[in-house]
Design a protein around this ligand. Structure first.
Ligand code: PGA
Length: 257
């Protein structure tokens, strides 16, 4: 089954609302033609409604960078999937920065994934090992564990709407990316095979799995030419209009069907 490639720009804590809207306005026409590729931007919560309104008639979709698992209630600082629903199609959860700095647990990632799916949105679930785990040869069991925990209680039909982003922590924002072969191998053995064990081959073949970690136009093709890599979750390079447009163009050329 051909999986539609997905390039998502994770802007993290960058760009004011005005800057975010201006960026979306400049980016959208440059990547509008590449319909083979799903194109997504994830602005800060503060810029979300303005960017969604700017991209209302654009094929570029909006993602949130997190969401809470409850619909509403006494959860100071949080935003629910239900609240995000009018503005976004995707929600990134389990990002390693949230796991490291905000105490995001596997259990909460799973709760969030279920709430996002229940709202009809699609989670982008980030997983990935630390440098110490990588060097100790623990990558596959660790990532496998994260994938199993994230999908606990999710039905196969819903799994097909999940996107997984494999991001080795040692490659995020460091300029050091995994090689395409290595990333594909880990994605195949730790992510796709794990989904197959739990939900069967058909579901595993339909789930889109991104690579993330220092992706830029210069290495995009190396990742996307791999059979198990269906796109990228991009931080730094997604903050530059020309780089973002180049990533989409490469995805269309390498993976477009
Ligand atoms: P990076 O970030 O592209 O800047 O390495 C990737 C991510 O954190 O999603």
């Amino acid at each position: 089954m051909a999986r539609r490639p997905i390039i998502a720009g994770n802007w993290k804590m960058n760009k004011s609302p005005d800057e975010s809207v201006a960026f979306a306005r400049e980016l959208s026409p440059k990547i509008a033609a590449y319909s083979e590729v799903e194109r997504v931007v994830a602005p800060t919560f503060l810029a979300m409604t303005a960017v969604a309104s700017e991209l209302k008639d654009s094929p570029v979709k909006v993602a949130a960078q997190d969401s809470h698992w409850q619909a509403d209630g006494a959860y100071t600082s949080q935003v629910s999937a239900a609240m995000l629903k009018p503005f976004v199609d995707y929600v990134i959860i389990g990002h390693s920065e949230c796991r490291a700095y905000l105490g995001e647990s596997d259990e909460n990632v799973n709760r969030k994934a279920k709430a996002i799916l229940a709202e009809g949105l699609q989670p982008i679930i980030a997983v990935g090992e630390s440098l110490a785990q990588y060097e100790a040869g623990e990558t596959v069991p660790f990532v496998r564990f994260q994938v199993i925990a994230a999908q606990d209680g999710i039905a196969a039909a819903d799994m097909a709407r999940v996107v997984i982003a494999y991001e080795p922590i040692w490659a995020i924002g460091t300029g050091k990316s995994a090689s395409g072969d290595l990333a594909d191998d880990i994605i195949r053995t730790a992510v796709r095979a794990t989904i197959a064990e739990l939900h069967g081959d058909n579901t595993a073949e339909s789930v889109r799995i991104q690579y993330g970690g220092s992706v830029k136009p210069g290495n995009m093709e190396e990742f996307l030419s791999q059979p198990n890599i269906d796109g990228a979750l991009v931080g730094g390079a997604s903050l530059d209009v020309e780089d973002f447009a180049a990533l989409v163009e490469i995805a269309a050329r390498v993976k477009g069907h």
